[in-house]
Design a protein around this ligand. Structure first.
Ligand SMILES: Cc1cc2nc3c(=O)[nH]c(=O)nc-3n(C[C@H](O)[C@H](O)[C@H](O)COP(=O)(O)OP(=O)(O)OC[C@H]3O[C@@H](n4cnc5c(N)ncnc54)[C@H](O)[C@@H]3O)c2cc1C
Length: 318
């Protein structure tokens, strides 16, 4: 089995940034980019314009940005495997990393496998419909784009993040509807009150969206009341899923501590140390709060610096 000082799992902003720093520290990292888990480059490969990544005053497309991340980490000597990690053995050192085709051992491991936004299979919401043409799963990322300005927007969900996203979207939309299939929000009391008292937010109780329609972009939604069965079409420019994220940690098989939602737990505050010494976590897989490209890249940098220092403390030097 190939042995590396550092293996990185995940190819989003966190993984590539960690690789850049680790490679520049002459530690010859091996990075598993993923394959069936999602496109190499991570979540930004599924979006068009990224307008809030610093350094690009006119914006940049997600795939262009991630191609630059990839090339920069490659330039300094990262090796890549375009395959998924299916299992790891963290019970003893060196750690074992099993890919779908190749396996390797390492002294230190950086996990940067991201989190996947949950979506519902509503006709019109998928890639062959209006995904990223008015349908999205990130209000902070996409709320400011012109198609949503002064239009009616729909947020699907009933928890804190649905309320947060709805209130955030009031900066842009003329009216924001929270579509919730129950008659009570799951959100905390204080958040629920924010939604209920906001003049631009209305909650559509006991309701689901059954279809999203439009021409080039979203133009309307079909709304169904689950109690009465009544359905009607309403004008809409945007549909925002806010039903949670699933951290991509299945391959870990509970070897690392997580919170109740499955996000990897950081054991030393303000670092990237996980519950096992020598295993570090970066990006959305450990971040239920910010989930942005810049924060993922920042924590990838932190993980690389933590890794390098930890290897030094363990006297596993380059
Ligand atoms: C549609 C959309 C638009 C967005 N727009 C913006 C925006 O405009 N600005 C912004 O700042 N943020 C935006 N975001 C959020 C941003 O994309 C994420 O916060 C960021 O990509 C997280 O980076 P990450 O490196 O933690 O994980 P990810 O980008 O999720 O990358 C994780 C990678 O790990 C791989 N992986 C997963 N499991 C395995 C495995 N077992 N083995 C190997 N590889 C694996 C995945 O395939 C993926 O390539 C957007 C997100 C979405 C979904």
């Amino acid at each position: 089995m190939d042995h590396r000082k550092v293996i990185i799992i995940g190819s989003g902003p966190a993984g590539y940034t960690a690789a850049l720093y680790v490679a520049r520290a002459n530690l010859s990292p091996l990075l598993f980019e993923g394959f069936f888990s999602g496109p190499a480059g991570g979540q930004l490969m599924t979006t068009t314009d990224v307008e809030n990544y610093p350094g690009f005053p006119s914006g940049i497309t997600g795939p262009e940005l991630m191609d630059a991340f990839y090339k920069q980490s490659q330039h300094f000597g990262t090796d890549f495997l375009r395959e998924d990690v299916t299992a790891v053995d963290l019970s003893s050192r060196p750690f074992k990393v099993f890919g779908s085709k190749n396996s390797a051992t390492c002294d230190a491991l950086i996990i940067a496998t991201g989190a996947t936004a949950k979506k519902l299979e509503i006709p019109g919401a998928g890639e062959d419909g209006f995904w990223q043409k008015g349908v999205t799963a990130c209000a902070i990322c996409d709320g400011a784009i012109p198609i949503f300005r002064d239009k009616e927007l729909y947020v699907i969900g009933g928890g804190d993040s649905a309320v947060e996203e709805a209130v955030f979207l009031t900066k842009y939309g003329s009216k924001v509807y929270i579509v919730h299939r129950r008659d009570k929000l799951r959100a905390s009391k204080i958040m629920a009150e924010r939604a209920l008292s906001h003049p631009k937010v209305e909650i559509l109780w006991d309701s689901v969206i059954t279809k999203i329609e439009g021409e080039k972009v979203v133009g309307s939604v079909m709304l169904k009341n689950v109690k009465s069965g009544e359905e009607n079409s309403r004008p809409a420019a945007g549909v925002f899923f806010a039903i949670g994220h699933k951290p991509n940690t299945e391959f870990l098989k509970d070897q690392l501590e997580t919170n109740e939602l499955g996000y990897l737990l950081i054991k030393k505050p303000t670092t990237t140390y996980t519950s096992i010494d020598g295993v570090f976590a970066a990006g959305d897989v450990q971040d239920p709060r910010y989930r942005q490209a810049i924060t993922a890249a920042g924590s990838g940098c932190m993980a690389a610096i933590d890794t390098e220092r930890w290897l030094g403390e363990e006297r596993i030097e380059s």
